[in-house]
Design a binder for this molecule. Structure first.
Ligand code: NOJ
Length: 566
C-alpha cells in the first residue's frame, strides 16, 4: 500500500506525517457503496466485490478520499445485509475474502481508504450463535447471548411486553419451545445481549480481523442501541415512550454503551494509523451525540440534521453553526450527509413541497403515497441537490456521499410489491410507505447495455427506463452533467482544503448564505429564486456559474484566489 499517497491526498502540509495520517478522516469525502447495487461482475443480478473492483478507476476519477462499504457479509438479506450471519467472512454471492483483499489493495493503490460497516446490535437469525440458542433450549448458556424471556398469559402465549419493532409489528418473536426473543428490527435480526462477555470479546475479534486486513475505519450501525436495562418488571410501550432519553432509558442511548466504545478505542489505537469509526446514533440532542464522537470513544458521529432539513437558507445556516460549535467542543469533526441507503434520495426530496417544520423525514410522505409524479418538480430537485452538494463540499469537516447522487439520481418509486425487498415495506413502522428500495436500485453505468451495464441481463431491483439519462457513460461525456460537477468539485476541494473553520459573511438577503474558510475560499448559496448579484470585489468564481454577474436561484458558487489552485 502506498502510504505516502494516502497521506498526501488528505492532509494539511503543516501537520507532521504521522499526525496527518492519523487524522485523514477529519475532512474526508467518503463515498458510500451499497455493494449489492453498485456493480455486478458475475451477472447474477446482485452486485459483488469483483464488481466494485472493476470500478475502482471510476472511484479514483470521482476524487473521493474513502469508501464506506455497507455490509457485504454472509446474509439472508432479510434487511439488505444488515442481518449478518458471519461477521468475519464475505457473502459467497458477493465474492471471497481474497476478493476483498484485492479490492482493498486496488483502492489503497489509488489513495482511497476503506471503511466497513459493523452491525453489533443484532445478528441474523442464521448466525451460528442464534442457531445454537434455538437448539440449546430455555435456560441454556447459548440463549444468554441474546434476549430471551418467558411470555405472559396462562401458558406464556403473549409477548413479554407490547413493544414495537422499528420496522413495525411486535418486537418479540416466539420460538418453538415457547420462549420469546427480542428484536429491535426485523424478526430475522435478534438483538444481542451486550452484558455478555463473549459478545463483547467477539466484536473485538471482528474489529481486529478487518483491521488486520487493512481496513481503515468502521461505520457503526445503530451505535446507540447496544446496551439495555431489561430488569423486570419491564415497562409498557407507553411508559417506554415517556421515559427521558438522558442516558437512563432502558433501550436507547444508554450511558453504559460508552464502556463498549472505550474498549473498541483501545483496539483502534493498536494500529498505525489508528483505525477510525463513525457512529450511526439517532439520539435526542447534540450533547448526547457528542459522547459517541469523543476521542475516547468512536471519534466521529453522523450528523443527520441536513437529512431532515428543508432546502432553506436559515435552516442550513443554523444546522451548520450548531454542528460546527459542537464539533469544536468535542474535538471531533463534523459529518455532512444528504442521502444514504435509508432515505429518499435528496434530488427527489428537494423537488417536493417544503416540510415547513412538520416532524417527518423529507420525502417519506411522498414515498408513502406511491411517488405521485404530479407532486414533484424533478428539475428543481436536481438544481437544489447540486447547489446543496457544492455547499456541503465547501464546509469544514467530512462529507458522506451516497452512490448515485453523483449522477443526480432520483428515487425510484415504480417498484411493485412483488419486487420489493425492504422489511420496512412489509412491516410498516418507522420507514413506512414504500420502504427504502427506491434508493437502492442498481446504478446505471451504460445507457445502451442490458441492465444499464450493471452486470448481467437483469438487476435485483427494477431499473426504470429513465435511468438511461443518468448513466455514467452519458454523464461522463457531458461537461455540464452532475457527474462532471462532482468530479470538478472534489478535485478543487482537495486543492482548497484548509483548517476546519468558517466565518459567515452577511449577504443582506435571508435566502442567500455566504461563508469564507481561513484561506479565503468562499462559498455562496442562493436558496431563493431571485438572482443574487455577486459584489464585484468578491473574487474569482472557480466553480459554479454566474449568469450576467449574478448567482441564479438554487445554485452555489465557489470563489477562490487562483493561487490556491496552483
Ligand atoms: C441502520 C441501517 O442504516 C439500516 O439500513 C438498517 O436497516 C438498520 N440500521 C438495522 O440494522
Amino acid at each position: 500500500m502506498t502510504e505516502a499517497l494516502l497521506v498526501d491526498a488528505h492532509t494539511d502540509s503543516t501537520d507532521s506525517q504521522q499526525t496527518a495520517a492519523a487524522s485523514w478522516w477529519r475532512q474526508a469525502a467518503v463515498y458510500q457503496i451499497y455493494p449489492r447495487s453498485f456493480a455486478d461482475a458475475d451477472g447474477d443480478g446482485l452486485g459483488d466485490l469483483p464488481g466494485i473492483r472493476s470500478r475502482v478507476d471510476y472511484l479514483a476519477e470521482l476524487g473521493i478520499d474513502a469508501i464506506w462499504l455497507s455490509p457485504f457479509y454472509p446474509s439472508a438479506l432479510a434487511d439488505g445485509g444488515y442481518d449478518v450471519a458471519d461477521y468475519r467472512d464475505v457473502d459467497p454471492r458477493l465474492g471471497t475474502l481474497e476478493d476483498f483483499d484485492e479490492l482493498i489493495a486496488a483502492l489503497h493503490e489509488r489513495g482511497i481508504r476503506v471503511i466497513v460497516d459493523i452491525v453489533p446490535n443484532h445478528t441474523s437469525d442464521l448466525h451460528e450463535w442464534f442457531q445454537e440458542a434455538l437448539a440449546a433450549g430455555r435456560g441454556s448458556a447459548a440463549r444468554d447471548r441474546y434476549v430471551f424471556r418467558e411470555g405472559k398469559g396462562a401458558s406464556g402465549e403473549e409477548p413479554p411486553t407490547d413493544w414495537e419493532s422499528v420496522f413495525g409489528g411486535p418486537a418479540w418473536e416466539r420460538v418453538e419451545d415457547g420462549q420469546w426473543y427480542f428484536h429491535n428490527f426485523a424478526t430475522e435480526q435478534p438483538d444481542l445481549n451486550w452484558d455478555h462477555p463473549e459478545v463483547r470479546a467477539d466484536f473485538l475479534k471482528t474489529l481486529r480481523f478487518w483491521s488486520d486486513r487493512g481496513v481503515d475505519g468502521f461505520r457503526i450501525d445503530v451505535a446507540h442501541m447496544l446496551t439495555k436495562d431489561l430488569t423486570e418488571p419491564l415497562p409498557s410501550r407507553a411508559e417506554l415512550e415517556r421515559m427521558p432519553q438522558d442516558g437512563t432509558h432502558p433501550l436507547l442511548d444508554r450511558d453504559d454503551v460508552h464502556e463498549v466504545y472505550a474498549e473498541w478505542r483501545r483496539v483502534f489505537e493498536e494500529y498505525d494509523p489508528p483505525r477510525t469509526a463513525v457512529a450511526e446514533a439517532w439520539v435526542s440532542s447534540p450533547e448526547r451525540r457528542a459522547k459517541y464522537a469523543s476521542a475516547e470513544g468512536l471519534g466521529q458521529a453522523f450528523n443527520f440534521d441536513l437529512l431532515e432539513a428543508d432546502f432553506d437558507a436559515a435552516e442550513f445556516r443554523t444546522v451548520i453553526t450548531d454542528n460546527l460549535a459542537q464539533a469544536a467542543e468535542t474535538g471531533s469533526s463534523t459529518t455532512w450527509v444528504l442521502s444514504n441507503h435509508d432515505v429518499t434520495r435528496h434530488a427527489t426530496r428537494y423537488g417536493l413541497p417544503p416540510l415547513a417544520g412538520r416532524p417527518v423525514k423529507q420525502g417519506t410522505e411522498w414515498v408513502a403515497a406511491g411517488g405521485p409524479e404530479a407532486d414533484i418538480d424533478r428539475d428543481q430537485g436536481l438544481r437544489r441537490a447540486r447547489a446543496a452538494t457544492l455547499l456541503l463540499l465547501g464546509l469544514p469537516g467530512s462529507t458522506y456521499l451516497y452512490q448515485g447522487e453523483e449522477l443526480g439520481l432520483q428515487e425510484v418509486a415504480a417498484i411493485t410489491a412483488e419486487q420489493r425487498q425492504d422489511p420496512a415495506f412489509f412491516r410498516g413502522g418507522e420507514y413506512d410507505g414504500l420502504g427504502r428500495d427506491g434508493c437502492r436500485v442498481p446504478l446505471p453505468w451504460s445507457a445502451d447495455r442490458p441492465a444499464f451495464g450493471f452486470g448481467g441481463a437483469v438487476a435485483h431491483l427494477p431499473q426504470p427506463a429513465w435511468f438511461a439519462e443518468y448513466a455514467v457513460d452519458v454523464e461522463a461525456a457531458d461537461p455540464t452533467s452532475t457527474l462532471s460537477l462532482y468530479r470538478e468539485a472534489l478535485r478543487l476541494r482537495r486543492l482548497l482544503q484548509t483548517e476546519e473553520r468558517l466565518e459567515w459573511i452577511e449577504t443582506g438577503r435571508t435566502d442567500v448564505i455566504r461563508f469564507t474558510r481561513p484561506n479565503g475560499w468562499q462559498v455562496v448559496t442562493n436558496f431563493g429564486t431571485a438572482p443574487f448579484p455577486l459584489p464585484a470585489e468578491a473574487g474569482p468564481v472557480v466553480l459554479g456559474a454566474l449568469v450576467d454577474g449574478e448567482i441564479a436561484g438554487a445554485s452555489t458558487v465557489w470563489i477562490a484566489s487562483p493561487s490556491l489552485l496552483e
